[in-house]
Design a protein around this ligand. Structure first.
Ligand code: HEM
Length: 211
C-alpha cells in the first residue's frame, strides 16, 4: 500500500467527524443566510494566509517543494468571496476565531518540518478538491453565486481535478519515509482534521442562531 492510501485509511474516521459537522449540515441544507456562510469564508481566509504563506516559504525545498502549488493559492479567491458576501469593507468585518488562531499557530509551528506542512496541506487542499466541489455546487444552488465572487475559493484553475489529485497522491507515495515518520505525519494529519473541525464547531453558533 502506498503512503497516500495509508494516510487516507488511517485518517478516514477523522474525515467522517469533519464531514458530520452541524454547521456544514445547516449550510448544505440551505438554512443559513449569506453572512453566516461568510463567517466560514472569513475563517478560511486566515487559515489559508498561513497555509499559503508556509508554501511560499518552502518553494524549492527538496522534500516539501513537491507540495508547493502556486496555482492553488487561495488568498485572491477568498478576497473576491469576502467582497461579494460582506462588501468592499469586508476587512473591518472579520476576525479569526479562537480555534482559527489555534490552527494558524499550529500551521506556523510545523512549517519548518516538511511532514507537518504536508499534513496540513493535504487535509485542506485534497478536501477542497474533493468534497469541496460538492459543497460548491450546493452553495451555488442555495445562494446563486456565479464564478467571480461568492464561491471562488472552490474553483481551481488546474485542469482535471481527478488528474491533479492522482498526481498529488503519486507525490505522497514517492516520499521517502520510514515507519516512524509515516506515523508522525498521520498523527499531524489527525490533528489537522481536529483543528479544522473545531473551527467548524465554533461556527455552529451561527447555525444555532438561524434555527
Ligand atoms: C460536506 C462535507 C464533506 C463532504 C461531503 C466530503 C466528501 C469527500 C469525499 C466524497 C471524498 C473522497 C473523494 C475522492 O476519493 O476523490 C473526500 C475526500 C477528502 N476530504 Fe472531504 N468531505 C467533506 C468535508 C471535508 C472537510 C471539512 C475536510 C477537512 C477539514 C475534508 C478533507 C478531505 C480530504 C483530505 C480528502 C482526501 C482523502 C484522500 O483521498 O486521501 N473533507 N471528501
Amino acid at each position: 500500500m502506498g503512503f497516500s492510501e495509508v494516510l487516507r485509511s488511517a485518517t478516514w474516521n477523522d474525515h467522517q467527524s469533519a464531514e458530520d459537522d452541524s454547521y456544514l449540515k445547516s449550510l448544505m441544507a440551505g438554512q443559513l443566510n449569506p453572512e453566516a456562510y461568510g463567517e466560514m469564508v472569513a475563517q478560511h481566509y486566515f487559515a489559508y494566509l498561513a497555509l499559503d504563506g508556509a508554501s511560499k516559504a518552502l518553494a524549492g525545498h527538496p522534500v516539501a517543494g513537491d507540495f508547493v502549488f502556486p496555482e492553488l493559492y487561495r488568498e485572491e479567491a477568498l478576497v473576491r468571496d469576502l467582497t461579494t458576501v460582506f462588501g468592499p469593507r469586508w476587512a473591518d468585518r472579520i476576525e479569526p476565531s479562537k480555534p482559527t488562531r489555534t490552527l494558524v499557530a499550529r500551521i506556523n509551528q510545523v512549517a519548518d518540518w516538511p511532514g507537518g506542512y504536508i499534513a496540513h496541506h493535504y487535509t485542506r487542499y485534497l478536501g477542497d478538491l474533493s468534497g469541496g466541489q460538492f459543497i460548491r455546487m450546493e452553495l451555488q444552488k442555495i445562494y446563486g453565486y456565479q464564478r467571480g465572487g461568492g464561491v471562488d475559493f472552490y474553483f481551481f484553475d488546474i485542469g482535471s481535478l481527478p488528474r491533479f489529485k492522482e498526481e498529488y497522491r503519486r507525490r505522497l507515495d514517492a516520499l521517502d519515509l520510514d515507519e516512524a515518520e509515516q506515523q508522525r505525519i498521520i498523527r499531524e494529519t489527525k490533528l489537522a482534521y481536529q483543528l479544522n473541525t473545531e473551527v467548524l464547531a465554533d461556527l455552529g453558533r451561527y447555525a444555532r442562531a438561524a434555527a
